[in-house]
Write a protein that binds this ligand. Structure first.
Ligand SMILES: C[S@@+](CC[C@H](N)C(=O)[O-])C[C@H]1O[C@@H](n2cnc3c(N)ncnc32)[C@H](O)[C@@H]1O
Length: 236
């Protein structure tokens, strides 16, 4: 075929994709076709959305899957602080292998309870009001997966007794700067070398400032990600 004609045909075929990419780019978004090895991740993310409200965008959810699969080769438990309905916890549970998975959230423990007077509890009550995930629903969602340890209540008091635990992967999705700071204080010294911590809410100025202050002067690799997360790799 005449090469000019062939080029024209190829360009014509590519046009809808180019148009869509250019429209998305103007809105600050991208479209990227995923290779076959990631299709199962997308299917799981879609399936999870059908079951519960998952508060992460697809790129952030995919990032968690990739990081958990990588961290599963290391020794150590995994953890999520900020579980809500268990959507992101399901994505972790599906990829964690044999690792223990600790899940920290108030769930419905504050419903109707008198305020306890802890500053972290006041912060959670003030921000989330009565909107929390139901523990029984999260237990049911995660019942197919082994080695899940749910710690209901206000973090960091719910981490008591875990001082000797070591973690290969941690997902922090607490929304709140104070709770995020508490979680970094607890998890960072317990991350194994090469262990990965993903923080959500990095678009939020106050949460971002907590990460910036915490990691200033530390040797760990800190990667802000364009879809609203930050990923830390612990240096030994
Ligand atoms: C944004 S939601 C988590 C969303 C979930 N990761 C997802 O993707 O579907 C934040 C959760 O953090 C919990 N939370 C915030 N501060 C907390 C604290 N100090 N202790 C326990 N849970 C806390 C809230 O109850 C809420 O369920």
């Amino acid at each position: 075929m005449n090469p000019a004609l062939k080029r024209e045909r190829t360009n014509w075929r590519g046009l809808p994709g180019r148009l869509m990419r250019s429209l998305l780019a103007r809105r600050g978004s991208i479209a990227a076709p995923l290779g076959p090895e990631w299709q199962a991740d997308l299917a799981l993310i879609r399936d999870t959305r059908k079951r519960v409200a998952l508060l992460l965008n697809d790129a952030a959810a995919l990032q968690i899957r990739i990081a958990v699969r990588t961290a599963a080769r290391l020794d150590g438990a995994m953890a999520e602080a900020g579980v809500l309905m268990g959507g992101s916890a399901r994505l972790i549970a599906e990829a964690k292998g044999d690792a223990l998975l600790y899940l920290f959230d108030v769930f419905d423990t504050l419903q109707g309870a008198a305020p306890g007077g802890f500053s972290s509890e006041a912060e959670v009550r003030g921000h989330f009001g009565t909107t929390h995930g139901a523990l029984a629903m999260v237990e049911a969602l995660l019942s197919p997966y082994p080695d899940i340890r749910i710690r209901p209540g206000v973090f960091p008091s719910t981490a008591s007794g875990l001082g000797e635990e070591r973690f290969s992967f941690v997902h922090l999705d607490l929304d709140l700067p104070g709770a995020t700071r508490d979680a970094l204080d607890f998890f960072h010294p317990r991350l194994v070398a090469g262990g990965i911590l993903i923080g959500d809410d990095y678009k939020d100025r106050e949460v971002r400032e907590v990460f910036t202050a915490f990691f200033a002067g530390k040797a760990d690799t800190v990667m802000p990600l364009p879809w609203g997360q930050v990923m830390i790799v612990r240096q030994g």
